[in-house]
Design a binder for this molecule. Sequence first.
Ligand code: SF4
Length: 321
Amino acid sequence: MIEKSNSTNYLWGHSRRFNAYSNYMQKKFGKRIQKVSLDCGMTCPNRDGTIGTGGCHYCNNDGFNPAYCNSNNSIYQQIEDGIFFLSQRYRADEYLAYFQTYSNTYAEISRLEKIYNDALSHPKIRGLVIGTRPDCINEDILDLLEKLAETKEIYIEYGIESCYNKTLQSINRGHDFETSVMTIERTAKRKNINICAHLIFGLPGESREQMLNEAEIISKLPLNSIKLHQLQIIRNTFFEKLFIKDPSYFNIFTLEEYLDFIIDFLERINPKFIVERLFSEAPPRHVISHVWGKLRNDDVIRRVEKRMTERDTWQGKYFRT
Ligand code: SF4
């Protein structure tokens, strides 16, 4: 059992019961850094026919972009529009350019170089966050990211989604878990590239025990951070069709079930991992499985932390080194 370091502070240096991203960023930069989403008009090999055409069974990236994100505009213009939009809601000092939808390393290296540099040329952009698939990376791209990381903050997000190949096959993911491990290990050999992994809980066929076991599996990987999601059934996906036909095929987490599950998961995860996200945040109008009432994201986080206090537990309590 990993003990907390003293009565008020945990291993990550503050009193919150998990290694929260917002605290990490505040400590690292000493100011508020906000992500500004960009759409550079990418697709993904699981949609354009290279690997598949239907995409992952849960995926619908369309319509998720914030209103200010328009792939017809230049990257610089999108940043300007995004900063204007965000500045009305948050007081951020600097921003990270967030390439979020589809696979944002899936292009010729010359195009990637231009897109990334366009974003970094904006004076308020401190670095890049690049979401992609583990099979959309090569040494040339890693060379480019490592070079950019000499002067800017570079974060790459890989969609692992599940550690089980049977699940990855059944959701039409188009790559296996070994590819995720290999890519993460290759990336970790490069200097100053921060690596985040996404996992989805509640994919059909996985038991609670298997999902909890993923904490142990990914804790061994050289990751900096994790993003955790509960499965939601999104409109215009293959899963929507299945859900309408037979909802019993899915085990959709209720809020109460998820609170206890995610705390059990956090107890087992490497305490060094920064937790960037604890649950999915798809806009309710896109979700056909039940949503958790009208709770705001902050409310859900508060409930997680309240229950962690009630259980007197913390991230990594049962992490085994
Ligand atoms: S989840 Fe990602 S990899 Fe899968 S279809 Fe959607 S964009 Fe492609």
